[in-house]
Design a protein around this ligand. Sequence first.
Ligand code: AMP
Ligand code: MG
Length: 524
Amino acid sequence: MRLHIKDTFNKELPADKDTTNYPRQVHHACFSYVTPKAPENPLLLHASEEVAELLGITKEDLASEDFLGLVTGGSILKDTQPYAMCYGGHQFGNWAGQLGDGRAINLTELEHNGKRWALQLKGSGLTPYSRTADGLAVLRSSIREHLCSEAMHYLEVPTTRSLSVSLSGSEVMRDMLYNGNAAMEKGAIVARVAPSFIRFGNFEIFASRGEFDTLKKLTDYTIKAFYPHIESGTKEGYLAFFKEVASKTLDMIIHWQRVGFVHGVMNTDNLSILGLTIDYGPYGWLEGYDPNWTPNTTDRQFRRYRFGNQPQIAQWNLYQLANALFSFIDESEPLQEILDQFNTGFHTKYLEMMRGKLGLQKEVGADRDLISGLEKTLQLTETDMTLFFRLLSQYSAGMDVEDVKALLDPIKDAYYAPTELKDDILEAWHQWLAQYVYRLQLEEISDTERKTAMNATNPKYVLRNYMAQMVIDEAEKGNTDLLNEVFELLKKPYDEQPEKEKWFAKRPEWARNKVGCSMLSCSS
Ligand code: AMP
Ligand code: MG
């Protein structure tokens, strides 16, 4: 295995002078050096060949001892110095102080084909930022991160990537539902990859402590490395940086809303400075379309991170980032302007995205009403979001809107309880679908062209919560066939894949209230 190591973060930014590994507050440093815990009996469960290729790791390398050592922390690459990053964060709306990489360790940065990648292990043991926890991760959350990172990539949602998931060979104690029932679970390690894992919280921690010198070094480094077209060091430069972060964050959120992804823990330490989806914890996918839904049991009471609130939370988080960068800019108006633009930009881009989901190429004033009408109608009875939008591509401008049965038929499989639909709900659907057919009559593209365009933006296959849980249950028993199957399925989420049609289905009833299928805790 030949890798082109090119470390910059730990070479250019201030390191923690204390190299002993115990939980503590770390000052005036962007990171602390740590050594991953060597696993007892590591076993590679799955690797992504495509991510390996990004790093210059060949298919043959994947089967090697060197690779297993690399992705489980058993061996450290020559000339590298692994480290954990220092960051803080607002958790559930409150400043939480120093957090940091408590169970993540950056191994190194690599350069391949002109691109730069940071390689990080998650679940490799204690760091100075582990607080009272153990620095380890369990199999269920590791499989969920590995699968979802890659599923999101293939859905064309900006995301960190996952190279591999492995068993460590040790057991880890977890109280999965925080209800006093702790049990031993299999320990696991994910090797994840991104241009950088820097978060909003990396900036917030230094601003909160008044460590402006370190803050400036980190900000200048980030701009130089990841926003190289911006000139750092001036007020205009820092504003341009903030503006681009806001714009990338907005694009990411629009994608989440498009595919029905709910992150679950949008704390500022879980927002990437590159606008990538990061830290897959208690995330979930909308099944029944419901803007109030969140998969995270920890957030059950206030539902801060519910599907429909993600855009507002992103803006709130950007507000915190603006506060952290304030000292470079020294006036609030231009920052506020960018935050306001996020809001207006969201409405414009959401409309554009929803037009895409409905297959509308022309811009018509009444589209806003058509879309808000749909959002209301979708909630009248539990209607599967993924199935609905995929089935909607069967409609055409020539349909007879008076033929109620024919009009309602194409989407009937999207309802969770089709036989119990009340007349007023059916009537509301009739009205909306008739409006949609009239709207299609204003379009100039053919039905076939529209169907192709819709199927390129409305996925047929997403990582439904129950699917991830089935994969986990099998892997717990030592069987990774389903992991492979689901991974391959999700590599082509927009393709028909007729031989895999069984996954184009509503969530089965057994999964409705099963832990892991409908609700998750932060415990991982
Ligand atoms: P998360 O909710 O995963 O974003 O984690 C919030 C913070 O808690 C981060 O600083 C994590 O590194 C830390 N953390 C979460 N789980 C663990 C663990 N098992 N061991 C050490 N730190 C953890
Ligand atoms: Mg996190």
